[in-house]
Design a protein around this ligand. Structure first.
Ligand code: ADP
Ligand code: MG
Length: 339
């Protein structure tokens, strides 16, 4: 008897879902990125029990038209990429067409959406990807998606969830990064009924930093705005007095995405050599902008890692950008003293 068989569609779907949906924060990441890609200027996230029983993301973005709603939940269904060549120049946060399919496979989902040019909105509901219902809904322009009881149908996964507080903390940490990556969007997080984050969305990075990290952190910052070799670096770094005991406050964003970049972190610390004490670390919120052809975001679904075609220009731009911000601040001080 043959031992090898193609997996049943339902089982294959659950395995694929596991690639994208690991915990509540991975769901929130995908949903909020969809809201950003939809051009929203206001995004509200609500979670209960750390997101495990309830997550809701509301945006005022472009919405989904009735004829597209069911397709949006199919695997590899996306409005963001059409041809192979599109993969070389991705301008949106999403592009795999996997998030809604994966999330709906492992939770109860309700989506209410309306585009500006339609009179009436659409309500889509499903449980574990089945029992799909679509009906009319009166609603404002934009999209609200509610995800309940993540992994209710995958007990093996449920077991790996941490305590509600830890899951909620992961969502909160993620929302901080997202808020810093898009100062032009107003983000709100409501956690167990309490508002814990609210950025104004006035387009100023410093306003987002203030909302996320508070007053003390925001008063010890030096501005950076520098361009070199096709890489623009802008944002804020800690003044030498504001250095930290560890690296946890080093935030880098590439083309609007929070990333971990060893190259950028090393360049930052090199630039501070001689300015701060050994054993202390600089903090930063730095945005890097470079041609989308120079960076590959197609590495992993969680997309935290990016690959640069060339590391050197990234290192140089960060290093010299930070160096010049530090020396500009020293000059300012000497002027102050003589004044
Ligand atoms: P991807 O983001 O990779 O395209 P998703 O599964 O996340 O895949 O979403 C599928 C499609 O559904 C998107 O391409 C988009 O057209 C639509 N969509 C999802 N969320 C929203 C939203 N909040 N507002 C408008 N359209 C959305
Ligand atoms: Mg998406």
């Amino acid at each position: 008897m043959a031992k090898i068989h193609v997996l049943d569609k339902h089982v294959a779907e659950l395995i694929a879902a596991g690639e994208v949906v690991e915990r509540p924060s991975s769901v929130i990441k995908e949903l909020v990125e969809n809201s950003i890609d939809a051009g929203a200027s206001i995004v509200t996230v609500e979670i209960r029990r750390g997101g495990v029983t309830y997550m809701r993301v509301t945006d005022n973005g472009c919405g989904i038209s009735r004829e597209d709603v069911a397709t949006a939940f199919l695997r590899h269904a996306t409005s963001k990429v059409r041809e192979k060549d599109d993969l070389d120049a991705i301008l949106t946060l999403g592009f795999r067409g996997e998030a809604l399919a994966s999330i709906s496979a492992v939770a109860h989902v309700d989506l209410i959406t309306k585009t500006a040019d339609s009179e009436i909105g659409t309500h889509y509901a499903s449980s574990g990807g089945s029992d799909i219902q679509i009906e009319d809904a009166g609603c404002p322009n934009g999209t609200t998606i509610t995800v309940r009881d993540i992994f209710y149908n995958v007990p093996a996964r449920m077991k790996f969830l941490k305590k509600d507080t830890a899951e909620g903390n992961a969502v909160a940490g993620l929302m901080d990064k997202i808020a810093l990556s898009h100062p032009e969007i107003s983000f709100r997080l409501i956690r167990e009924g309490k508002e814990t984050l609210h950025t104004p969305g006035d387009g100023k990075l410093v306003s987002a930093i203030y909302a996320v990290f508070g007053k003390e952190f925001s008063t010890n910052l030096l501005p950076v705005d520098y361009a070199l070799g096709g890489v623009r670096v802008w944002g804020f770094i800690s003044s030498p007095l504001g250095s930290r005991p560890n690296r946890s406050m080093q935030n880098f964003f590439i083309n609007g995405r929070f990333v971990r970049s060893r190259t950028a972190a090393v360049a930052l610390e090199e630039a501070y050599k001689g300015s701060i004490m050994v054993g202390k670390f600089p903090a930063c919120v730095l945005h890097l902008e470079l041609s989308s052809a120079a960076v590959d975001v197609n590495v992993h679904p969680a997309k935290l890692e990016v690959r640069f075609v060339n590391e050197r220009p990234v290192f140089d731009a960060v290093y010299h950008g930070v160096k010049s911000a530090l020396s500009a601040s020293r000059e300012m001080k000497s002027i102050d003293l003589t004044a």
